[in-house]
Design a protein around this ligand. Structure first.
Ligand code: TXA
Ligand code: MG
Length: 337
């Protein structure tokens, strides 16, 4: 059978490709791999100098901690200490899956991996390629999203190559990510659990398992670097308005000479809009989450300099989408490179 262009990498993910990638990790190299949320840029989490290469490739400040990906919850004890019973309950219920637990750092976890913190973030991803890589490698893989610092996370292997190019030794192509937004991060270091970043596991599902409410993100002290104002941002400036003002605002800006991209709420998808590029948002929140970063990249590619959007209702995955859109719309550093 002849492989068609574009599917060669996916066809090549067999045991041998996984073993080669695991060998690259053991040798201190970088492997981009798919997870159910977004693509990760992986390095041996136990090797401080391999982890330093991740920061370099991303252009990420070394004080921003990475998530350690594990093959299964049994390995928790190698990476974290004093794991509370509630954290074990969440791990049991949601792993493999888009949930990250922040716990006390195990003694041998390099400070490079935790950005100098005495805590460590861990998760077991739910993707066959990620799990095969973790099984072949045997250790923990430190992996942030495989994008340049501050920009939109990649949800396809093509996004990773476009953004990081030769900085990555291997890119494993596992097709488009199914969840599309990053994992939910829970601070499980203290008595009271709180959500540091809303993501692929919903607050409602977490509370149903815990049997009590979780602290809201805004109530948590800002200690997650991803919570800096501008993050998850496309090149185009993002402006958020009320859903019923999206069309008026877009047409006004287009009239002023902007190349306007519109994320059109599902209730308005029949509205004709005089703008440069219009994306009709899917009615399903899961589909919106899956496509969000792809839409932002598409509007950049189509030459938009301004994106007009509104926040979805903040229930379920809507909370994660709203969080990312707010960050994308946050104030940017004055001068870019
Ligand atoms: O879905 C995901 O979580 C993806 C995939 C690849 O697993 N990863 C991801 O990594 O989004 P990254 O580095 O882009 O975002 C990780 C977030 C950062 O905001 C970081 O500050 C936070 O996790 N984090 C990591 N360790 C932490 C710690 N010890 N305490 C608090 N926050 C931590
Ligand atoms: Mg990221």
């Amino acid at each position: 059978m002849t492989a068609r262009p574009g599917d060669t990498d996916r066809a090549a993910i067999d045991g041998a490709a996984i073993d080669r990638a695991a060998g690259v990790l053991s040798g201190g190299g970088l492997v981009a791999f798919p997870t159910e949320t977004v693509y990760g840029l992986g390095a041996n989490a136990a090797d401080g100098s391999a982890v330093a290469r991740v920061f370099q490739a991303k252009g990420r400040p070394p004080t921003h901690p990475l998530i350690v990906h594990l093959g299964d919850a049994q390995q928790l004890g190698d990476w974290a200490e004093d794991v509370p019973a509630t954290a074990r309950l969440l791990a049991e219920r949601f792993w493999p899956g888009p949930l990250t637990l922040v716990l006390r750092r195990g003694r041998h976890v390099p400070l490079e991996t935790t950005g100098g913190l005495e805590t460590v973030a861990v998760r077991v991803p739910a993707h066959p390629v990620a799990l095969a890589l973790l099984a072949a490698f045997g250790g923990g893989i430190a992996a942030p999203s495989a994008n340049r610092f501050g920009s939109v996370s990649p949800t396809t292997a093509a996004h990773v190559r476009a953004e990081l190019g030769d900085a990555v030794d291997v890119v494993l192509d596992g097709g488009p990510c199914q969840v599309g937004v990053e994992s939910t991060i829970i601070d499980a270091t203290g008595e009271t659990l709180s959500i540091l970043r809303p993501g692929g596991v919903t607050r409602e599902d977490l509370e149903a398992v815990l049997g009590r409410p979780l602290a809201v993100p805004a109530a948590s002290p800002i200690r997650v670097p991803g919570q800096h104002p501008s993050h998850y941002a496309p090149r185009a400036r993002v402006v958020l308005v009320e859903p019923e003002q999206v069309v008026t605002e877009a047409e006004l800006a287009q009239g002023l000479g902007h190349q306007v991209g519109v994320l059109l709420p599902p209730a308005l998808t029949d509205a004709p809009v005089k703008a440069h590029a219009v994306v009709a948002l899917p009615a399903s929140t899961a589909a919106y989450a899956r496509e969000l970063y792809g839409f932002l990249r598409e509007l950049d590619q189509r030459g938009c300099d301004l994106i007009v959007a509104s926040l979805p209702p903040e229930q379920g995955l809507g909370a994660a989408i709203a969080n990312r859109l707010r960050r994308a719309a946050g104030p940017r550093p004055a001068a870019g490179p």
